[in-house]
Design a protein around this ligand. Structure first.
Ligand code: PLP
Length: 396
């Protein structure tokens, strides 16, 4: 920082240089974020100073958050679900598992086992969490932060978690299960109904990571094929991100719990604020993203999201048809607007696409493939141009 400040003009010039170095979404096929809707941007700017960490000062924004939670609870078949707006899927996942762990550690069974076996206890009773092998890397952070062992269940041929593998990993120290509704790499939906049955039978928690799929599945023509939300009795929490397919601004995630005692397990005293308790991971929290989310959800309505999802799926089908002409096929039939392709030497192809044509695509790990996300900023022209460039790369 300089002793004296720069002029507005100088700052604007530096910022516009920096902005010029950012990639435009027009060449991005790897991201699960997109341009936020115009009405979300306007609302974000209108509430730019609002801090939900001290919401006693920002009652209006707080009411908007309550409305969002009510609407999303309703969409996910539990109008009285409780929760709060997070910074995104990572925070929602951390907090959902933190709540599971806290309640597990407080449970009378666990306390009894600690008391009866104090010497050997630490070695043999570390809490564990069973997640699909396709779980987002935020669960590795969860494991590290919360000191919970992560047990990764294998996937079946369709890249959904294997129910048998999940069952084989559960023991008396399992605090809960995770299912994914829209996996990051493949856009696949786990067999959540079966996992819900297991959670009920074993009396353990089931968190659904619908950070991406939460704003896709309810708006798909075939959504009835996928039960993934609170309609299933075993589902105890859900992560859903307005800043992905919800077209809101960053940072906008939502965490919902079935029962208020889950949220209560996250309570912290906040003596010097206008409110005496907080349930959130962060202290200061963006009220701008709350306003943005309220604005876009209410502006688009379900009809608007149906149109958005339907267009993304049309584009996905169009892309697959074009790729089939090049004899390139998906690893699995895409369930939503995430496509993983069988492409030889895909790491090399990815780097050539970036270097020679400025396209950003990504790679799936297991199985290895070229991954594309067909977000609302994608157009038919963009796909034509991408496929033409991919053809050139493959022929060199
Ligand atoms: N969960 C899933 C399924 C995701 O795809 C992602 C990100 O892509 C996350 C969680 C993490 O979300 P965020 O980056 O908003 O923290």
């Amino acid at each position: 920082m300089n002793e004296t400040g720069l002029s507005e003009e100088e700052i604007r010039s530096i910022l516009s240089d920096s902005k010029g170095k950012d990639l435009k979404y027009e060449r991005v096929l790897s991201s699960m974020c997109t341009y936020p809707h115009k009405i979300a941007v306007q609302a974000h700017m209108q509430f730019i100073e609002s801090n939900m960490g001290d919401f006693g000062l920002f009652r209006g924004t707080y009411n908007l958050e309550k409305e969002i939670l009510g609407s999303l609870g309703d969409l996910l078949h539990k109008a009285d679900a409780v929760g709060y707006m997070t910074t995104g899927g990572t925070e929602s996942n951390i907090q959902a598992i933190r709540s599971m762990r806290n309640l597990f550690l407080q449970s009378p069974e666990y306390q009894k086992s600690v008391n009866s076996n104090k010497k050997t206890h630490n070695k043999c009773s570390r809490p564990n969490l069973v997640v699909p092998d396709s779980a987002h890397f935020s669960f590795d952070k969860v494991s590290d932060i919360l000191d919970v062992e992560l047990r990764k269940a294998s996937l079946d041929d369709e890249l959904k978690v294997s129910v048998e593998s999940v069952k084989s990993l559960i023991d008396e120290n399992t605090i809960g299960l995770v299912a994914i509704a829209g996996s990051t790499e493949f856009g696949q939906v786990d067999p959540i109904k079966e996992l819900s049955d297991i959670a009920v039978e074993k009396n353990i928690f089931l968190h659904v990571d619908a950070a991406f799929g939460g704003f896709v599945l309810p708006f798909m023509k075939t959504s009835c094929e996928f039960d993934f939300d609170f309609k299933l009795p075993g589902v105890t929490s859900i992560a859903i991100d307005p800043h992905k397919m919800g077209l809101s601004t960053i940072p906008a995630g939502v965490l919902l719990f079935r029962d208020s005692h889950q949220l209560e397990s996250l309570k912290a005293d906040t003596p010097y604020l206008t409110v005496s308790t907080q349930y959130t991971l962060t202290g200061t929290r963006s009220g701008a993203a709350v306003a943005a989310t309220y604005a876009v959800m209410n502006y688009l309505g379900k009809e608007g999201y149906r149109k958005t999802v339907s267009r993304c799926m049309e584009l996905t089908d169009y892309l697959l048809d074009k790729l089939a002409e090049l004899d390139i096929h998906p690893l699995i039939k895409p369930v939503m607007n995430v496509v993983a392709l069988e492409v030889p030497e895909c790491d090399l192809v990815r780097s050539k696409l970036a270097k020679e044509f400025n396209w950003q695509v990504s790679i799936t790990q297991n199985p290895h493939g070229l991954r594309l996300v067909i977000m609302p900023h994608v157009s038919f022209e963009m796909i034509d141009s991408f496929v033409a460039d991919l053809k050139k790369v493959l022929n060199t």
